[in-house]
Write a protein of this length. Structure first.
Length: 552
């Protein structure tokens, strides 16, 4: 990757030679006498300053006349003028003579008050400007006072010393480059390759070995290793940003390289935070597994998507601001104004979004709960930003907007501690009271003996006489978490009920019409003969003892 970049750089440098020569001719076309300084307009002051600092016309004492040295020593003028030119070159500022005003009384009207000043680049060098002092235009006293500080920020970490050291290697030209530029470029390429090899070894070998020692190999290779690789690329770009300005490359090419490097820095930082979101999401996912609520598990992917979108948005703004020197304030203002129109056009979407937020805050249900509300009847499968997915008992899927879900009255069956079971057992009218008493008593024993029933609260009574039956109410609760387990418990209770009825001789009633006729001597009556209470007590005891033996 970096080999291709450096090969491209070399080709661009060769192409830039003709562009640089044309730029010098454009900037010096108006100078007739190189030894003379002309400070009558911003245009002439700029040409005087840069022309007298060219290698072929090097006269720093003449260039120093373009500086307002009222607040510094006159002896520092030459060195300050050289450093100011190096600041322009290091920042990649292109000076186009055709765009500089040639009016002696030029006034800048971009501020609140019109002033006789001229800015070269308000974004990159807001502290560098010309001002009219008397009848002459000069770099302002404020600019001169800031030269040392701006020079150190342009060439940080002592690289400013290389500006004086490298030219001593030799000013011979080869292929249009000075010897010291070629030597400096060689060492920068060599240093970058060594740094790339070192970072690659550290990431691919060192970190993997460390992850194995810490017993976090899966976590490290899946989440931390991608972050480390992007960090290594960022460090290499940072090294290039520090060292390349020292080479004093042609401004037409260097201005583009500055844009590329300034764009790569926020881009790589954005990628670092983008991948760190995965690490954070993994951490929250582990915390979610420790909670009983399944809604937390659903919240983690939504949180990951939200954070990634936020990182991309903020990163894009910084790329526009740092890489392309765009003023993002008007952009943000436009977003705020356009946001009103977008909000009006997307009311339902915004309503659903805030509905999803309220669902995660209030937690009226969680994934896996059985909910009912109007036409909604099913199990919650997923909660998204816009809608909630509900699996119905027909195995179809309902997508319910979260705005509607947040306003609806929901019946969450999944939050039940106990599951109620209510039914009516109808026995025939010819069943004597003593038998009904024993039957009810047997039902209560069945409920108490079952492992999944609530023992402290249930109701089993003979409570109604209907048109064709005597009714026994069975009102109990199951302590089971899911509907399939509730069905199993119902099955076991009803099976035991039927067995009890068969053992006691209890007949269940159903809607019938009975025609009563006189009993003939030779015919036996259809009404059964019931024994006394002691017989029923014995039958009940035998039944309960047999059931208890089966359970043991």
């Amino acid at each position: 990757m970096f080999r291709k970049i450096f090969i491209s750089f070399s080709l661009l440098f060769a192409i830039s030679l003709q562009i640089q020569a044309q730029l010098i001719r454009d900037n010096t076309a108006a100078i007739t006498d190189p030894a003379r300084s002309n400070l009558s307009t911003p245009y002439h002051t700029t040409l005087t300053f840069f022309y007298n600092l060219e290698d072929s016309n090097f006269a720093p004492e003449q260039a120093a006349k373009a500086l307002n040295l009222s607040d510094v020593s006159k002896d520092e003028g030459e060195s300050l003028s050289i450093k100011l030119k190096q600041i322009f070159e290091g920042q990649g500022i292109i000076i186009r003579a055709s765009q500089i005003p040639r009016i002696a009384d030029y006034q800048d009207t971009t501020g609140i008050v019109a002033e006789k000043i001229y800015y070269f680049d308000r974004n990159k060098l807001p502290g560098v400007f010309l001002e009219k002092v008397g009848s002459q235009w000069q770099f302002s006293a404020f600019t001169v006072s800031q030269i040392e500080e701006m020079h150190k920020s342009t060439y940080p970490y002592g690289t400013d010393r290389l500006l004086n050291l490298l030219p001593k290697i030799g000013n011979e030209q080869y292929l249009g480059f000075y010897l010291w530029q070629l030597v400096g470029l060689f060492f920068i390429i060599l240093f970058v390759f060594i740094a790339h090899f070192f970072f690659t070894f550290l990431v691919d070998k060192g970190l993997v070995f460390l992850f194995r020692k810490l017993n976090i190999q899966k976590l490290g290779e899946s989440y931390l290793l991608p972050v480390a690789k992007v960090v290594s690329y960022f460090l290499i770009v940072q090294i290039l940003s520090i060292l390349l300005p020292v080479l004093q490359l042609p401004v037409e090419i260097w201005s583009w390289l500055v844009v590329i490097l300034r764009t790569l820095r926020p881009l790589l930082i954005t990628l670092i935070f983008y991948k760190l979101v995965n690490v954070l999401a993994m951490y929250f996912a582990r915390l979610a597994t420790k909670t009983e609520s399944t809604l937390d598990d659903q919240l983690v992917p939504l949180l990951r998507k939200t954070l990634k979108a936020f990182v991309v948005l903020i990163g894009t703004l910084f790329i526009l601001k740092d890489g392309f020197n765009l003023d993002i304030i008007p952009f943000l203002t436009g977003l705020s104004i356009g946001g009103v129109a977008i909000a009006l056009a997307a009311q339902d979407t915004i309503k659903n979004f805030f509905g999803s937020v309220m669902i995660f805050i209030d937690k009226p249900f969680q994934v896996g709960d059985w909910i009912t509300s109007g036409e909604i009847d099913g199990t919650v499968e997923e909660v998204g930003f816009r809608s909630t997915r509900v699996r119905t008992f027909r195995n179809s899927v309902m997508y319910v907007p979260n705005g509607k879900m947040a306003d609806a009255i929901l019946d969450n069956h999944g939050l039940r501690v106990y599951r109620r079971f209510y039914t009516t057992l109808t026995v025939t009218y010819d069943t004597p009271p003593e038998l009904i008493e024993k039957f009810v008593k047997g039902l209560r024993e069945i409920v108490l003996a079952h492992p999944d029933t609530r023992k402290d609260y249930f109701h089993i009574y003979f409570n109604n006489l209907s048109a064709y039956s005597q009714d026994v109410m069975l009102y109990i609760f199951f302590t089971v978490p899911t509907w399939p387990e509730e069905l199993r418990a119902r099955h076991e209770i009803l099976i035991s009920t039927v067995k009890l009825a068969n053992a006691l001789g209890v007949r269940f009633a159903f809607p019938t019409q009975t025609l009563h006729m006189e009993t003939f001597p030779e015919k036996k009556s259809l009404v059964p003969e019931y024994p006394d209470e002691a017989t029923y007590q014995k039958k009940l005891g035998d039944f309960l003892s047999n059931e208890l033996k089966k359970k043991d």
